[in-house]
Design a protein around this ligand. Structure first.
Ligand code: BTN
Length: 277
């Protein structure tokens, strides 16, 4: 394991474009990333963050790894990546809030990732597919998994886990048609993972405070500007269909059904119905 605390770095096993991350994040002066653990191999950075939470790690502590042996995604899926090619990290945010804050937190985490990916890909359209998949050219470039640490019904902290495909040029056959990377979207500019990490943490730092304090209203324009689904025909896992019509104040997807009713979908995977709507 490689650990970094401010002012003390051991970096064997970590790619050169990630080594400068702690210093770069410190320059941004935000609370997230105040301590960064750079790790060579873990089961999941979110496992590390949850253990850190139990052991008293401070708000903002971040675990970054070159390799995950049991990376996980939303909806109980696994998250696989070739060692050294992705930006894989989890940040512990000690936020006391009701459970109703979780969907807005998941949305702004996706926004922070989208904005950071967009900065790494000038001139490229980078969109968010509700709730927080990040897409380039209709393919997934990044995913976000928010897990809550609760006491009773209160959320005491969240672990925001982020996986961004950065250097990958060849994906496994089962995802190659759905996945892309920053390197594939912009072959001429070598992506720098430290900068992307610093950008995500700085934006997330600002947005978490906004949504926990004031809800989604102040980030609504940004959410709508990069909404990959709006105006498109969508289908839920259970077969419900309609036209995606934005996101409500609780973070639910608004879907106009064919009978005219505005439905609010709060969980699950949403698929675009290609060629219609
Ligand atoms: C998804 O789109 O399903 C969410 C994927 C989240 C993957 C990241 S990689 C870093 C962190 N550790 C994990 O095990 N999962 C998240």
């Amino acid at each position: 394991m490689i650990a970094h605390r401010q002012g003390k770095t051991r970096l064997a096993g970590v790619g050169h474009d990630l080594c400068g991350a702690p210093e770069l994040v410190a320059e941004r002066g935000c609370m997230l990333g105040g301590t960064i653990h750079l790790l060579e191999s873990v089961t999941s950075t979110s496992d590390e963050a949850k253990r850190g939470a139990r052991e008293g790690a401070a708000h903002g502590t971040t675990w970054v790894a070159e390799r995950q042996t049991a990376g996980r995604g939303r909806q109980g899926r696994s998250w696989t990546s070739t060692p050294g090619e992705s930006l894989l990290f989890s940040v512990l945010a000690r936020l006391a809030c009701p459970a109703s804050c979780l969907p807005p937190i998941a949305l702004v985490a996706g926004l922070a990732v989208r904005d950071a990916v967009a900065r790494a890909l000038p001139g490229v359209d980078v969109l968010t597919k509700w709730p927080n998949d990040v897409l380039v050219g209709g393919r997934k470039v990044a995913g976000v998994l928010v897990e809550a640490i609760t006491v009773g019904v209160r959320v005491e902290a969240v672990v925001v886990g982020v996986g961004i495909n950065v250097h990958t040029r060849v994906f496994p056959a089962d995802i190659e048609e759905r996945a892309t990377s920053i390197a594939l979207a912009s072959p001429s500019v070598p992506p720098d993972r430290a900068t992307i990490l610093a950008d995500v943490l700085a934006q997330l730092d600002r947005d978490l405070h906004i949504v926990v304090g004031r809800g989604l209203s102040l980030v609504r324009a940004r959410l709508e500007a990069g909404d990959a689904l709006k105006g498109s025909r969508v289908r839920s896992e259970s077969g419900d269909e309609g036209v995606a019509s934005g996101i409500d104040d609780e973070g639910r997807l608004l879907v106009r059904r064919d009978d005219g009713v505005l439905a609010r979908w709060s969980a699950g995977e949403v698929h675009l119905v290609r060629g219609l709507g």
